[in-house]
Design a protein around this ligand. Structure first.
Ligand SMILES: NC(=O)c1ccc[n+]([C@@H]2O[C@H](COP(=O)([O-])OP(=O)(O)OC[C@H]3O[C@@H](n4cnc5c(N)ncnc54)[C@H](OP(=O)(O)O)[C@@H]3O)[C@@H](O)[C@H]2O)c1
Length: 266
C-alpha cells in the first residue's frame, strides 16, 4: 500500500477528529503535527494559552485541517469532560500525553504534588479513555494512545510516584487493547525512554540518557504501531534496556540501575 492510501485509511479509522491532551510543545506538539499530516482535525488541550494558540495557528497554516484549542489543567477531569461533551464532535482518537513528574525523595514530595500526579497521570487519562471510548464503540472504530515510560518498568528512586503512574498506563493500555480490539478500537501504550522534549531537557542536568530520541520519532513510531500491537517501545536501545530491566535482571538490580539513572534529574 502506498503512503497516500495509508493516510486515507488512518483518517478513515481514527478521524475525522483527534484529541491531544497535552499538546502545546514537545511530544504533544509532535503528535499533533503527525496527526495533522494525516489530515485529522484536532482538539488540542494544555494549560498555557499563548503557546497552545500559537501551536493551533501554526497547524492551521501548514495543513488543511480544523484545529480547536482549550487552555485547561488536565488535573481537572470534570472541566475536560465538559469541553469534550459540549463539543459533541466525532473524535476518533485520544492521545493522552500530559504528565506531571515530581522529582525527589518521597519524604520531600508534598501531598498536593502526589494528588496532582494521580490526577494528571492516572485519573484523567483513565476517565477520558472511558468517556471517549463509548462513542468509539458505537461507531465501531477509533484509537487510544496512552503514554508510559521506561521508568515504569521497575521502581524508580526519586521518581517513585511518577514511575508507578506510568506502570498504570502501560497495564491499562494492554487491558484495553484486548477488550476494545473486537469493538474496532485500537489501543496502544507507548513505553518511551528519554525523549528530547523541553521538559526532559530541563530535568536532565547531566548529558542525555543513551537512546534519547526526538519527539517526532516517538510520535511517528507510536502512531504507525497503533492497531498492530498493545505496546511500543520506540528506539532500539530503549527496547533492549526494557528487556534487560524487566525480563532478564533481578528486580533489585534493575531498581539500582534506575536509581543511578534518575540521580541526575532535578
Ligand atoms: N520526555 C521524556 O524523556 C519522556 C520519557 C518517557 C515518557 N515520557 C512521557 O511522554 C509524555 C510527554 O512528556 P514530556 O514531559 O516530555 O512532555 P511534553 O510532551 O514535552 O509536554 C507536555 C505537554 O502537556 C501539557 N501539560 C503538562 N501538564 C499539563 C496539565 N496539567 N494540564 C494540561 N496540559 C498539561 C504541556 O503544556 P502546558 O505546560 O502549557 O500545560 C505540554 O503541551 C508524558 O506522558 C511522559 O510521561 C516522556
Amino acid at each position: 500500500m502506498n503512503t497516500k492510501d495509508k493516510k486515507i485509511l488512518f483518517k478513515e479509522k481514527y478521524g475525522p477528529w483527534a484529541l491531544v491532551a497535552g499538546a502545546s510543545y514537545g511530544l504533544g506538539s509532535a503528535y499533533s503535527e503527525a496527526l495533522a499530516q494525516h489530515g485529522l482535525n484536532l482538539v488540542l488541550l494544555a494549560r498555557g494559552k499563548e503557546q497552545l494558540e500559537a501551536e493551533a495557528n501554526r497547524l492551521r497554516e501548514h495543513y488543511a485541517v480544523e484545529v480547536m484549542c482549550y487552555a485547561i489543567d488536565l488535573a481537572d477531569y470534570e472541566k475536560a469532560k465538559s469541553i469534550i461533551t459540549n463539543l459533541n464532535l466525532p473524535i476518533g482518537l485520544l492521545v493522552y500525553n500530559a504528565a506531571f513528574a515530581p522529582i525527589g525523595l518521597f519524604e520531600n514530595i508534598s501531598e498536593e504534588q502526589l494528588n496532582l500526579t494521580i490526577a494528571v497521570n492516572v485519573k484523567t487519562p483513565l476517565l477520558l479513555a472511558k468517556l471517549m471510548s463509548i462513542p468509539m464503540i458505537q461507531r465501531g472504530k477509533g484509537g487510544i494512545v496512552l503514554m508510559s515510560s521506561l521508568a515504569g518498568g521497575q521502581g524508580s528512586s526519586r521518581l517513585q510516584t511518577y514511575a508507578a503512574t506510568k506502570a498504570f498506563n502501560a497495564i491499562l493500555a494492554e487491558g484495553l487493547w484486548k477488550e476494545l480490539k473486537p469493538r474496532g478500537i485500537d489501543v496502544i501504550g507507548c513505553i518511551a525512554g528519554a525523549i528530547l522534549t523541553p521538559n526532559y531537557q530541563k530535568a536532565e542536568k547531566t548529558k542525555s540518557a543513551p537512546g534519547a530520541i526526538s519527539a517526532e520519532k516517538v510520535a511517528k513510531k507510536t502512531l504507525m504501531a497503533l492497531g498492530k500491537k498493545p505496546i511500543i517501545i520506540p528506539g532500539t536501545v530503549n527496547k533492549i534496556a526494557h528487556f534487560l530491566m524487566t525480563r532478564l535482571l533481578p528486580r533489585r538490580i534493575s531498581i539500582n540501575i534506575m536509581k543511578n539513572k534518575t540521580g541526575g534529574l532535578s
